[in-house]
Design a protein around this ligand. Structure first.
Ligand code: G1P
Length: 310
């Protein structure tokens, strides 16, 4: 029996106010969310993922210097007319489809007081319904259906659902870490469903409850807003979404976890970003064959680890 009022989530919230310091100087003038992954901004993949999962209403929580994101999701009549005149149907289609993916709305965060504070800015947009939160740095391969599974778990069991990944104890201090119990629910698409019994934001390794980390997908009960309003600043002096979820658990509200077993790239990390670009390009019909041929040659000529390139 659903405890969510049986209304499925229809809206997605994407916080995009982060400063992108890991990609400076590129992000001095370009929001990190617009850095290209092959030929599409990272953020376009995220909006496409939301739309694919049946969430056509998207709210972006923005900050200063993020005007280019609003421009990107606006229509571009002059560009479209120019492409039309040239008869460039393929590029015209690429331009139009990037703006037609979803109904995108914007709200400003004002002060950057943390992820929990960013999510709280979505309260009026969301209303009294469960909703999804997608973090822009986590890119989930389009062939994996993590968000769809999380929405299905929420529709079936109510409460909130978070995406989890085993990142190993050596990496857990960069994430929200969780304690879980087996959920007693069947696995979906190979992904295990568990019950979350505790959460802690970026714990020191010796205080981490497990090596299971929250990755950037959440389906949240609207009760989270009341909790966030009362949540004191936590790690880093910021209002943490993880702390609000811990309060929900402590109050006996169900929080489920879907342990992801598919392909995820952290495009906020330089090495992972490069891997995402190469992997996605190598699998494309247009670029793939030539890139794969070149990659084979390139790899065969690479000096052994530790030696410097010729
Ligand atoms: C945020 C969350 C953290 C989560 C992470 C996933 O941290 O606070 O709990 O594990 O996203 O990417 P951030 O990466 O914004 O510091």
């Amino acid at each position: 029996m659903s405890t969510s009022g049986a209304r499925p989530a229809r809206k997605a919230v994407i916080p995009v106010a982060g400063m992108g310091t890991r990609f400076l100087p590129a992000t001095k003038a370009v929001p990190k969310e617009l850095l290209p992954v092959v030929d599409r901004p990272a953020l376009q993949y995220i909006v496409e993922e939301a739309a694919r999962a049946g969430l056509p209403e998207v709210l972006m929580v923005t900050g200063r210097n993020k005007g280019a994101i609003e421009d990107f999701f606006d229509s571009t009549p002059e560009l479209e007319t120019a492409l039309e005149k040239k008869g460039d149907a393929a590029r015209l289609d690429a331009v139009r489809s990037s703006t037609d993916i979803a109904q995108v709305h914007f709200v400003r965060q004002g002060e950057a007081k943390g992820l929990g504070h960013a999510v709280l800015q979505a309260a009026a947009f969301v209303g009294d319904e469960p909703f999804a939160v997608l973090l822009g740095d986590d890119l989930i391969d389009a062939r994996d259906h993590l968000l769809e599974q999380m929405l299905a778990v929420q529709a079936e069991h109510g409460g909130s659902v978070i995406a989890l990944l085993d990142v190993g104890m050596e990496n857990i201090d960069k994430y929200g870490a969780v304690a879980v119990e087996p959920g007693g629910q069947p696995a979906l698409d190979g992904d295990e469903v568990v019950t979350v019994t505790g959460l802690v934001e970026k714990p020191p390794v010796d205080e981490a409850p497990s090596s299971l980390a929250i990755i950037g997908r959440y389906v949240l009960s609207p009760q989270i807003f009341d909790v966030l309003r009362e949540t004191e600043p936590g790690r880093g002096g910021e209002i943490q979404l993880t702390d609000a979820l811990a309060t929900l658990v402590a109050r006996g509200e169900p929080v489920h976890g879907v342990v992801f077993s598919g392909r995820r790239y952290d495009t906020g990390d330089k090495l992972d970003y490069l891997k995402a670009v190469i992997r996605l390009a190598a699998e494309r019909d247009d670029l793939g064959p030539a890139l794969r041929t070149w990659l084979h040659e390139f790899v065969s000529e690479l000096p052994a680890e530790g030696a410097s390139p010729a």
